[in-house]
Design a protein around this ligand. Structure first.
Ligand code: GDP
Ligand code: MG
Length: 174
């Protein structure tokens, strides 16, 4: 039969190694996979009952090819973005602000996103404060989560669902 179209299309972006795949896999399976093929890029279809509604989310775990045409295709495809940095990687944090500007340019609108500071289990290596994360999220007008894909990550489903709800809200308003 005909495949149902997704209620939300979510793209996970961020520098290589920040834990994008680990977050996606944790969300989908509630497991932490220590080594995940860093070159693998794929779309996951996730079906669930959310807010009492059958919901189909599509999640694109990007692999950060240098090919900008390819990346632009990913950006155009998506309706919302999970922007990930690692709290022990200053460069990955700085990359997020640039990335958001790029997304807005490509989509010709202020895109919907959530900001995620991953690897909070590595507290002793912290290079980005919680305040800095919050401030950047304010500037981007989006929700902010600090989390760890390796340590429990109880709040990981919420960051995906929050973005899904935002996407739905904007679609309804259109
Ligand atoms: P990606 O390139 O952004 O997809 O990053 P991966 O998900 O492949 O993760 C890169 C590396 O960081 C792997 O060695 C993971 O085991 C590790 N990693 C991912 N998330 C966490 C986390 O929350 N805490 C710690 N300590 N390591 C993590
Ligand atoms: Mg990956």
């Amino acid at each position: 039969g005909k495949t149902k179209s997704a209620d939300s299309k979510i793209c996970v972006l961020g520098n290589p190694g920040v834990g994008k795949s680990a977050l996606v896999v944790r969300f989908l399976t509630n497991r932490f996979i220590w080594e995940y093929d860093p070159t693998l890029e794929r779309v996951y279809r996730h079906q669930t009952l959310l807010d009492e509604e059958p919901t189909l989310m599509e999640i694109l775990d990007t692999a950060g090819y240098d090919d900008s045409i390819h990346q632009e295709g990913n950006i155009r495809w998506a309706e919302g973005y999970i922007l990930v940095y690692a709290i022990n990687d200053r460069l990955s944090f700085e990359a997020v602000a640039t990335l958001k500007q790029h997304l807005d340019q490509v989509k010709k609108t202020s895109v919907q996103c959530v900001l995620v500071g991953n690897k909070v289990d590595l507290l002793h290596e912290r290079r980005v404060t919680t305040d800095e994360g919050e401030l950047l999220a304010q500037e981007m007008a989006c929700a902010f989560f600090e989390t760890s894909a390796s340590d429990g990550g109880e709040d990981i489903p919420e960051l995906f669902y929050e973005l899904h709800r935002d996407i739905k809200r904007r679609k309804m308003a259109e």
